[in-house]
Design a protein around this ligand. Structure first.
Ligand SMILES: Cc1cc2nc3c(=O)[nH]c(=O)nc-3n(C[C@H](O)[C@H](O)[C@H](O)COP(=O)(O)O)c2cc1C
Length: 322
């Protein structure tokens, strides 16, 4: 395939799910202020239980009337029956792609054999996939999968991929780290390359993309392996730069409006300033990357204890960018 020159802003971006951060308030504010930066928002996981497919909080996050952009719901479970029931409910709401979480590295999730914990037992994983894809045959929804490359050893991927290849997975989103790394170390690109050459599935790359050069590199990797240009999934990079990677001239007025919309949204749905501040502080651990030399301000935000002082610091931070 001939190599073409591409700017990162020509690539389709998918917003990764980030539990506790990219709930519907965030997704809607992002869609309002930065429409077109991503094509799709993958929502943080729903964890179905025996009695109920979703909690009231999970339902509120995913109901179509609370969601403005194009959203794909995600399910975290190792129970095929719970998955299919929950997927059916989401399908009834109008969703046509349902994502399966095989990547969550959290200790409590993995201990229950869910998320990346499912990668440890190939037979159980295969049986799970067989059941959920069989159930989906008579349904209008398609199943995509978001996975790590293994639990304890990256070479587990060589056995995982043939299993995935047996199913009509809509998209196989690969975060090339193993469970026990959480977000440490560098993504292992050789395994992505392996997937590109050993699977007919639609392989979507996810991990550590934070600028235009990173996007170009992924594009190059696909080209070198004779693959068409593909969307990529980005999480933290977009929390740092919600306006995308194409433009270095940040519009701080717009970023401020986006911030204010988030703050207002959280104040409306959360009980008390303490919870709202907690949310905003987590957001700032990423967003501060849009402000050069702001270490001192970042620390002030981290330490502030009232909405008044929070607002004062944020005013000063944005004021300094004028
Ligand atoms: C705070 C946080 C919450 C996350 N929640 C989810 C989640 O609900 N579902 C999921 O599949 N991945 C989740 N992830 C993983 C991200 O979707 C993504 O795979 C990871 O951050 C790597 O991509 P990035 O380097 O572009 O951020 C989470 C990651 C973080 C840091």
């Amino acid at each position: 395939m001939k190599e073409t020159v591409i700017r990162g802003n020509e690539m389709e971006l998918l917003f990764a799910p980030l539990e506790g951060v990219t709930g519907y308030i965030y997704r809607n504010a992002h869609h309002k202020y930065y429409p077109g930066v991503v094509s799709t928002y993958y929502a943080p996981f729903i964890s179905p239980a025996k009695e109920k497919s979703m909690t009231p909080r999970e339902l509120r996050d995913i109901v179509p009337h609370n969601n403005d952009g194009c959203v794909v719901p995600q399910i975290l479970t190792n129970n095929a029956d719970y998955f299919s029931k929950c997927a059916r409910k989401l399908c009834d709401m109008g969703y046509r792609e349902i994502n399966l979480n095989l990547g969550c590295p959290s200790g409590t999730v993995v201990a229950k054999g869910k998320g990346a914990g499912m990668l440890a037992d190939l037979d159980t994983l295969d049986a799970f996939l067989e059941t959920v894809f069989e159930a989906a045959k008579s349904e209008p929804y398609r199943i995509s999968v978001k996975t790590r490359i293994g639990k304890t050893d990256p070479d587990e991927f060589y056995e995982l991929l043939p299993i995935f290849n047996r199913y009509p997975i809509e998209k196989l989103i690969v975060h090339p780290r193993i469970q026990k790394e959480f977000y440490k170390n560098k993504p292992r690109m050789t395994y992505v390359e392996y997937a590109l050459n050993n699977s007919a599935l639609n392989i979507i790359y996810n991990g550590d993309l934070t600028n235009d050069a990173d996007l170009k590199q992924i594009h190059k990797l696909y080209q070198q392996n004779n693959k068409e240009i593909s969307p990529v999934m980005i999480g933290r990079g977009l929390l740092m730069k919600p306006y995308g990677f194409a433009d270095d001239n940040v519009d701080y007025d717009k970023l401020r409006a986006f911030h204010d919309e988030l703050l207002m949204g959280y104040r409306e749905i959360m009980s008390g300033d303490k919870n709202t501040l907690y949310r905003m502080k987590e957001l700032w651990t990423y967003l501060i990357a849009s402000f050069p030399d702001a270490d001192k301000m970042a620390k002030q935000i981290r330490k502030c204890e009232s909405m008044e002082s929070y607002n004062r610091i944020v005013d000063a931070l944005f004021g300094g960018m004028k």
